[in-house]
Design a protein around this ligand. Structure first.
Ligand code: ZN
Length: 246
């Protein structure tokens, strides 16, 4: 697939071009589109999405993160993806991440228009509105994987550690506090200690997953039936790696 992705940005030899074309053809001809936005030129169809298992979808997200890190993302044709998804969407995944400008799910997992729902809130906290959004994404619209992910050096986590109080942010940061008390850490417990901040962020993801299962019998039931994979992740702002932690 790498050869396909090289096109059309890099000139390739005719032999390589032939191999790329063959690879693309064999994928479509056997009717398996096991990669989200495999060719970047159309949104997922219902048939393509329904054919994938939750585990296969997660594997594709891992591959997408590898492409992002390697600087070789799929050459997305957003206009075609827009056109082919306008009449209906069949996303495979729903993300819940932080609003941090450095952690955009579509880019770090290399997904296209129509591939995934993307819910974002500071500190990737879980509340009823977000849980309701994810219930829609999975139970109504058919997404089969939820990735709840935090990231390193998260400002919301630092704010919660520092007991920041400011307008509506105070109530939001209160949702992070349970992760602080649930984090076992032997070093300096300060917002200036990056390792501690990241340890709390990691706990916050696990607390969020528990929270979601408790708040939503609908999602918990889908997970029990193995129709839904609920996974946590930690995105490293420096390396670009998403580590899956549950
Ligand atoms: Zn953040």
């Amino acid at each position: 697939m790498r050869a396909v992705e090289a096109y059309p940005f890099k000139p390739v030899s005719s032999r390589r071009r032939f191999l790329a074309t063959t690879a693309a053809f064999s994928l479509t001809s056997i009717g398996i589109r096991a990669q989200l936005s495999a060719r970047g030129d159309a949104a997922l169809t219902k048939e393509q999405r329904d054919r994938m298992t939750p585990t296969e979808i997660l594997d594709e997200l891992k591959k997408g993160n590898e492409r992002f890190r390697a600087g070789k993302p799929t050459p997305h044709d957003y206009r075609d993806q827009k056109r082919s998804s306008a009449a209906g969407q069949f996303p495979a995944v729903a993300f819940l991440g932080c609003i941090d400008s450095r952690a955009p799910a579509e880019i770090i997992f290399d997904t296209g228009i129509g591939d995934g729902f993307n819910a974002r809130v500071a500190g990737n906290v879980v509340n009823d509105d977000l849980t309701g959004s994810l219930e829609f994404a999975c139970a109504v619209a058919g997404a089969k994987v939820i990735v709840l992910f935090g990231h390193t050096a998260c400002g919301a986590i630092k704010g919660a550690i520092d007991d920041v109080e400011m307008g509506n942010l105070t109530g939001l940061l209160a949702r992070v506090k349970p992760a602080i008390s649930a984090t076992t850490y032997t070093g300096t417990k300060s917002s200036k200690n990056g390792a501690y901040v990241d340890a709390v962020a990691r706990t916050n993801v696990l607390v969020g997953l528990d929270n979601m299962r408790r708040r939503s019998p609908i999602l918990a039931d889908l997970e029990k039936k193995k129709a839904l994979l609920l996974v946590g992740g930690m995105y490293d702002l420096t390396s670009g790696v998403v580590e899956f932690i549950s």
